[in-house]
Ligand binder design. Structure first.
Ligand code: GLN
Length: 308
């Protein structure tokens, strides 16, 4: 390979290699990988483009570029990924948090802000202290949704579950590193099956695996070959997990609690139908992501169905 001397030269050379290797964002990838190799943040690269790399830095950067050329996701090479206001550790045991999932967090934060069960709900008198809602994140993976909610709403308490023990470990490390472990309890469990019997929530959120299994071949290699299958595939039509999750969630919500789920492109109507079929929810609503794709389906438990 070429022996780039400076940050600027190293970036240019790596960008070309990554472009040739099929990356869609070769310059950004090169910047993130070089910043990681140098142990600095990305902005530092622009402050000192003439800085000369040591041999060790060059070797480390080269090894990252080689991995990226083999389509390994940048987030796994770096071991971290930004999501809303937080940065998360990610390993191949967890799905890499996606920008579209930030839309689910928006909907969830709005639902928490409107949590109806506060002690002032009936009389109109101001509550003595802020209501502390309880939320559940089903299939938490890296913990991104639960931890973003805790980071952005200082009152919420969360339970986050995942069926993968390896994912639970990653999410717990993230909670501890972000100083949010006190309000976010992460436990291993299959959907809602392993929660203590009488626990009820003001909000349940989930970004379940929703890719139809047959779409496996059409996925980008960085997803198909590197991200955990358990986190990706939702059965023949991609809706298997919603079929279990939606009726189960209805039984775990407090009165007027909200269920909000992320859906794949083109799945909103089918998922809305599953909410309706559960017979426990008020009419569903949906929210589009930044690309204009309906991405979140959500509804309140209808007042007649107070979680029991
Ligand atoms: N909740 C995690 C996320 O949104 C993991 C989702 C999953 O593994 N399907 O990234």
């Amino acid at each position: 390979m070429t022996r780039p001397a400076s940050v600027g030269e190293a970036l240019r050379a790596a960008t070309e290699r990554l472009r040739a290797g099929g990356s869609r964002s070769p310059r950004l990838d090169a910047e993130l990988l070089l910043a990681t190799a140098l142990g600095v943040d990305r902005a530092e690269l622009f402050r000192a483009p003439e800085r000369v790399l040591t041999c060790g830095e060059e070797r480390r950067f080269d090894s990252y570029v080689v991995r990226r050329q083999a389509r390994e996701p940048v987030a796994y090479i770096r071991g971290r990924r930004a999501f809303r206001t937080i940065e998360l550790e990610v390993t191949p045991a967890v799905l890499i948090p996606r920008p579209e999932t930030e839309t689910l967090v928006d909907v969830a934060l709005e639902a928490l802000a409107a949590a109806p069960a506060g002690s002032d709900a009936a009389g109109g008198a101001p509550a003595p202290s802020p209501y502390e809602p309880w939320a559940l994140d089903v299939g938490t993976g890296s913990g991104c949704i639960a931890l973003a909610l805790a980071a952005e709403n200082p009152f919420v308490h969360l339970v986050a579950t995942d069926v993968s023990a390896a994912a639970v470990e990653v999410a717990r490390r993230n909670a501890a590193r972000l100083g949010l472990g006190g309000r976010v309890d992460i436990c291993r469990g299959d959907l809602l099956d392993d929660l203590p019997p009488r626990t009820r929530f003001d909000l349940i959120v989930s970004n379940p695996p929703y890719i139809p299994t047959a779409e496996h071949r059409a996925l980008e290699p960085n997803v198909r070959d590197y991200e955990p299958r358990l986190a990706l595939y939702g059965g023949k039509d991609g809706l298997d997990v919603y079929r279990r999750l939606i009726p189960a969630a209805a039984g775990r919500l407090r009165p007027c609690g909200v269920l909000a789920v992320e859906v794949g492109a083109g799945q909103a109507a089918a998922v809305r139908a599953l909410f309706a079929a559960a017979g426990a929810f008020a009419p569903t609503r949906e929210r589009t992501d930044l690309a204009g794709i309906p991405r979140v389906v959500f509804a309140r438990l209808s007042p007649r169905h107070a979680g029991g």
